[in-house]
Write a new protein. Structure first.
Lengths: 652, 80
């Protein structure tokens, strides 16, 4: 039976989905209806309920002329499919809503994906997709080889099909500047050899396995994301749930209507990840979440963890899962109702996979968990929408869902054997890249807490900054940093001067444009390496007035972003010093810049003023402002000071 | 017979979220706002659930109005 058991079983404040949905009839205000729909989108629902929610969402969109809410990010997704996908669209929109996305979806005519890319594509161009999904099925990639074909024949056919797709991706990226998502080919044909199927090179199963590997390799090389149909099948609870042969023959629905909620959720989470909306930190409870038993009552040495008891082994496997999440850059915090000394003592047990030093923030007290999570959010300088909360106690989950709707709270069962699957299936940690910086990030969070402590102990800010021994390395964007820069550009909300987002192909185009400059800045200090934390994009100024007949070169700062973790260290001043130096060397006399207010970036409205830029234009309320700086002007005091605290290494 | 219409009416009201829908045998897609191909799939899925039946591969070709729907359901329910 297909059910999304990782989602909250019912919306907060209601007994069931249907009750909360019917109660929308009493609402007249579109904001209230949208808030209710957002609540419903995040809880357990089936195909029919999802369809109803989507029809109501459509009505709200019509009433508000498409401006649903300022904190929803609009994403335009084109689905180019070899099978029917119309019945999947509501599930994508509702799952997107659960991830704070307003998904606009364009479906190209069924089976016409090549024409949509290579042929006349005025429709698709006008739609201007940010994401293009190629939803292809195995029947479209038949690779119809005789069963007696050799492995070499199979590899040749697989390579041909991969190259065809690679060309399609490249053409789509170049034409539409969109991020490409490729649906993997799922084998739905039953074997003719039985278990021997895998040993026959040209069997369906073997061919599709090799195609899958070849496709993954090509996708890695081309910067294409994959919608993994094997993962969809697992989440749906097996192939008969995902693919219904009757629906296929009736309506060419490759994904059955019942499984639409799964497919839609997987697509929405991939897109949310590419938009930088995936969660960054897992907050875990301790007793009966990380181990069996109660540290305070049973005593730390009597906890069930590791070999010896069946549930102890299950808790250990959950710790292993968390440990792997840490390796890929997810921070872990503890929020437990416990005596702090007893809770910390439990980590001295030899069977513990997670160590006390792995925990970025450790909160054990008797306060309300919602308050404690707010505290963790402040300590780590992460917004509440960066967290996933895991707790075995349904009452605690309910309180956090009620008090902090921004925090993701996957449902856990009453059995620790289910925990790894449920946390993973919730999809809140979906990745769209994996970089060197991700791997070092976990140490960074702990280092951040040490930095905060040093700051509290320092007599004044200046001596704290001096003692940090900061080193900033500045360099033009290198290929090895491409994924990290794309990730940073898309997930930085607060220190983001224009809110402009970039797709992979757009950034690639900027990188290859000789007159544009993409600067990256890394920051290290005595507590550790913060990694790549700031990006500045410079483009030629569109209006280059020539003064007194001389050729005057102007650059424009298209966007400036910085990770909030290194806020208040003067990094932006040191970065400006590097930019000015480089511009002087190239005889660039002036640089212009804009600030464009978004719902999240008001903290940087004074950024350019603080760097010594002069305001040249803008709205009275300061929401949209334009700035200019002459590179020959004396260096601003604050900039000089920052450069004394930060050693600058340029790598040109 | 009436029971099937009553239940089918519940299905329609639920799918279209409209408690005022009244079905007659002659009701077709053009009589109900929002009865498009998308809603049609929802109707089929909802009817299968409500009546505990499963439409066979060849059975969905000829469903043009509510009486086609009801006849097919009656045939399948009595056969089953």
């Amino acid at each position: 039976m297909l059910r999304m058991d990782w989602l909250p079983p019912r919306p907060v404040g209601f007994d069931s989905f249907d009750e909360a949905f019917h109660a929308t009839h009493d609402l007249t205000n579109t904001d209230e209806i949208l808030a209710r729909l957002r609540l419903l989108s995040g809880c357990r629902r089936n195909f029919l309920q999802t369809g109803k929610a989507d029809r109501l969402l459509e009505k709200v969109a019509q009433k508000t002329d498409g401006h649903l809410a300022s904190d929803l990010r609009t994403v335009r997704i084109a689905i180019l499919a070899s099978h029917t996908v119309e019945h999947l669209v509501p599930s994508v929109r509702i799952a997107a809503l659960a991830r704070s996305l307003d998904a606009r979806i364009h479906v190209a005519p069924y089976g016409q994906y090549r024409q949509a890319v290579y042929g006349p594509h005025a429709d698709l161009l006008a739609f201007s997709p940010q994401f293009i999904l190629f939803a292809l099925d195995m029947r479209d990639a038949p690779l119809d080889l005789p069963l007696s074909a050799s492995l070499a024949d199979v590899d040749e056919a697989v390579l041909r099909r991969t190259d065809e797709l690679r060309a399609l991706w490249r053409h789509a990226m170049a034409t539409f500047g969109a991020t490409i998502i490729q649906q993997t080919f799922l084998n739905v044909d039953p074997p003719v050899f039985g278990a021997f199927e895998q040993l026959v090179p040209a069997s369906r199963a073997s061919v599709l396995l090799r195609l899958h590997l070849s496709l993954a390799q090509a996708a890695r090389e081309e910067g294409v994301l994959l919608l993994d149909m094997d993962e969809c099948t697992t989440l749906a609870g097996g192939l008969p749930e995902l693919h219904d042969a009757i629906r296929w023959h009736q309506a060419k629905q490759f994904v059955s209507p019942h499984a639409a909620i799964i497919w839609g959720d997987v697509l929405a989470r991939i897109i949310a990840a590419a938009c930088g909306l995936s969660r960054k930190c897992l907050i875990v409870d301790l007793d009966n979440t990380l181990w069996g038993g109660t540290a305070g009552d049973d005593g730390p040495e009597y906890l069930r963890l590791g070999p010896g008891t069946p549930d102890g082994e299950a808790f250990y496997v959950f710790q292993e899962h968390i440990s792997r999440l840490m390796q890929r850059g997810i921070a872990v915090a503890v929020c437990s109702k416990n005596d702090i000394n007893i809770a910390e003592a439990a980590f001295n047990q030899p069977s513990m996979k997670i160590q006390r030093r792995d925990i970025a923030v450790f909160v054990a007290n008797w306060n309300n968990k919602a308050d404690n999570i707010r505290e963790i959010s402040r300590t780590l300088s992460l917004g509440l929408d960066a967290f996933v909360f895991a707790d075995d106690n349904p009452a605690e989950r309910e309180i956090v869902r009620r008090e902090l709707p921004q925090v993701a709270v996957p449902e856990l069962s009453d059995d620790p054997s289910d925990y790894p699957r449920l946390i993973s299936a919730s999809g809140w940690f979906e990745a769209a890249s994996f970089t060197r910086d991700d791997a070092i990030r976990v140490q960074n969070y702990s280092a951040d807490v040490s930095r905060s402590a040093a700051r509290e102990n320092a007599s004044d800010l200046d001596s704290y900054l001096q003692d940090l021994n900061m080193v900033m390395s500045a360099r033009r964007l290198a290929d090895s940093d491409f994924s990290r820069v794309l990730q940073l550009l898309n997930k930085t909300n607060q220190f983001n001067l224009t809110g402009r987002r970039y797709t992979g192909p757009e950034l690639r185009a900027l990188l290859s444009c000789p007159s544009a400059q993409i600067w990256t800045f890394r920051l290290a200090d005595r507590f550790g390496d913060n990694g790549l934390v700031s990006v500045v994009i410079l483009v030629p100024n569109e209006i280059s007035p020539s003064v007194s007949g001389q050729d005057q070169k102007l650059l424009h700062i298209e966007n400036w972003i910085m990770s909030c973790r290194v806020l208040g260290r003067g990094l932006e001043h040191a970065a400006l010093a590097v930019l000015i130096q480089a511009m002087k060397q190239n005889n660039i006399s002036d640089v212009t810049a804009d600030y464009r207010q978004t719902s999240r970036n008001s903290m940087v409205s004074g950024h350019y003023a603080s760097l010594g830029f002069s305001r040249t234009d803008g709205t009275e309320d300061g929401t949209d402002t334009s700035w200019a700086l002459c590179t020959h002007d004396p260096i601003h005091d604050a900039t000089q000071k920052a450069c004394m605290n930060i050693r600058i290494v340029t790598d040109e | 017979m009436n029971d099937i219409y009553q239940k089918l009416q519940d299905v329609f009201r639920d799918v279209f979220d409209d408690p005022d829908i009244v079905l007659t045998p002659e009701t077709t897609a053009s009589d109900i706002q929002g009865w498009d191909s998308q809603a049609h799939i929802s109707l089929i899925v909802a009817a299968e659930e409500k009546f505990g039946i499963r439409f066979r591969t060849a059975e969905l070709e000829s469903l043009h109005n509510v009486s086609d729907f009801a006849d097919l359901i009656r045939k399948k329910s009595t056969a089953g």
